[in-house]
Design a protein around this ligand. Structure first.
Ligand code: ADP
Length: 497
């Protein structure tokens, strides 16, 4: 089985969120299941700065974009620790920029063109590199045009005829919507600009395009795959997804358990495992308390948060309860994130008022993300919706007890203390209702257990640390999806000659 993985970001080359973690690790995990993989992504400026070895292939190509021809070049690298080839689509005018999708909070105004070029270049590269591909695995709106190109322009061409497609949705909220004239950039016939394929309320929608044309669709957790078939989590496309529910599946993401392992993590002040977490976490906590000027106390719980500062992550609820917590509760908070400037302002004001209880850092820092997971006692993710979420999985591994809202991947991975069973033991705290009082009560419960029932707390920590959320099981599920997609295509081809 040969799988071509197409993504707009992948670690260690370029990352803005969880998609990069998945794209940089799943292709390697698939190799361990006997699947031959390669990865395609754009050669952004940060790719050259990533320190990874990059070769020129000498393969140049021209892509029609609207009425012009745009040339590109293929670069080659590999995913670290593996022989998975990474093909980087080089086109400096599109990709040699400060950001991936935006700069200073504003999306690049030629994003449609940039990713139409990427999609067309990936499809052309199959021919240029002589690749045998059974499945193209596309991800999110930036690659949504690929299934459409394969199903329309390329479906009768040699080498392309038997290629099937899987389109994975990492977040319905980002749809790649552009004005209707951008349809000209795609090069596809206007007949596809209809409500069942590429059009959404008069606009070109590249997420919908991927959903409409892919042979199989997946979402990054089983719960999210169900939730997106209803509004508001379907973000306007619930009906389109319900129409395709027979080919829509949910597969939970795995984590890179080599990069996220507290017993080998060089970013930590002290390494530890499930037997030594008490002393290990205490040393990491002391390190961060010192670094950020928090009161130096191990007996007070540290509540950590790492992620994009956007409303999706539940900040609306947190900000309603945080001032009161800072005033009256024996707990410390540490927040690492970038995003909404208004949220940053609120948090900065609170941190200035309560410097011993709240530390904030508005930056993207992988090392600090690791240090927070190791130092914190609880990890907060009260998301409004959460397709999968990786941070709660890192938290489990690092013995930081997740406090989450029961949605998407959080619902699939975190079991509340009161609902644990011998088969599915509790590993955190969760609440259902999108309401600050429910978040407040859940945090109070966690705090109570932390202070009053250290044995129960230790059990939660150790249960999480012993669980295996690596890619092994999830990669096997993707292999099943690839197999069933190819088998369905073969049946159709046999039936229709
Ligand atoms: P999402 O994909 O919605 O952003 P996930 O939890 O699935 O959320 O994945 C986010 C990934 O990005 C995690 O690996 C997280 O550690 C990382 N991350 C997000 N913001 C930051 C930041 N400011 N500094 C370091 N890592 C971050």
């Amino acid at each position: 089985m040969n799988v071509l993985f197409a993504s707009s970001e992948a670690v260690p080359f370029a990352k803005t969120g969880g998609l990069a973690d998945v794209s940089g690790t799943l292709p390697v995990a698939l190799r361990e299941h006997g699947v031959d993989t390669c990865l395609f992504m754009p050669a952004y400026r940060c790719v050259y700065q990533s320190g990874q070895p990059i070769e020129r292939t000498g393969i140049y190509f021209d892509i029609p974009i609207g009425s012009k021809l745009v040339s590109g070049h293929l670069l080659r690298s590999t995913l670290p620790g593996s022989d998975v080839p990474v093909y980087l689509i080089d086109q400096p005018q599109y990709y040699d920029r400060e950001g991936l999708y935006n700069e200073n909070g504003r999306d690049y105004n030629d994003n449609c063109e940039r990713y139409v070029f990427f999609c067309r270049a990936v499809v052309e590269a199959i021919r240029l590199l002589n690749l045998n591909v059974d499945v193209v695995h596309a991800n999110d709106w930036q690659t949504g045009l690929i299934p459409a190109l394969l199903a329309t322009e390329y479906h009768t061409a040699d080498r392309y005829r038997s290629i099937t497609t899987l389109f994975t949705i990492h977040n319905m909220a980002y749809q790649g919507q552009f004005w209707h004239w951008d349809m000209l950039l795609t090069g596809l016939d206007w007949k596809h600009f209809n409500w069942q394929q590429m059009e959404y309320h008069g606009k070109l929608n590249l997420l919908k395009t991927g959903i409409a044309f892919a042979d199989t669709i997946s979402a990054v957790s089983p719960r999210y795959a169900l939730e997106i078939q209803h509004e508001p989590i379907g973000c306007g496309l619930a009906g389109v997804l319900r129409d395709r529910q027979n080919v829509l599946k949910g597969v939970i993401n795995g984590i890179d358990d080599r990069a996220w392992n507290p017993s080998t993590d060089d970013a930590l002040a002290a390494k530890y495992d499930v037997h030594s977490w008490r002393t290990g976490k205490a040393a990491n906590k002391q390190f961060l308390q010192q670094k950020f000027g928090l009161e130096q106390r191990n007996d007070v719980p540290l509540i950590g948060s790492v992620g994009r500062l956007v409303s999706q992550k539940g900040w609306e609820l947190v900000l309603k309860i945080l001032p009161q917590w800072l005033r009256s509760q024996e707990a410390q908070w540490i927040v690492l994130g970038t995003g909404d400037p208004t949220l940053e302002r609120h948090l900065r004001t609170l941190a200035a008022e309560f410097p011993q209880r709240l530390a904030v850092q508005f930056a993207f820092s992988d090392a600090l993300a690791h240090q927070i997971e190791a130092a914190s006692d609880m990890f907060l993710m009260p998301s409004q919706y959460e397709p999968c979420g990786l941070n709660q999985l890192y938290s489990l591994r690092y013995g930081s007890v997740p406090v989450v809202r029961e949605t998407g991947g959080l619902a699939d991975t975190i079991i509340d203390l009161e609902r644990g069973t011998p088969e599915a033991p509790a590993n955190g705290f969760s609440f259902v209702n999108w309401d600050p009082s429910h978040l407040n009560r859940t945090l109070q419960r966690a705090l109570h257990v932390f202070y009053q029932s250290p044995d129960t707390w230790a059990q939660l920590v150790e249960t999480g640390m012993r669980q295996d959320w690596s890619w092994h099981a999830s990669a096997a599920k993707y292999v099943e999806l690839y197999r069933s997609t190819v088998a369905r295509r073969n049946q159709i081809q046999t039936a229709f000659g």
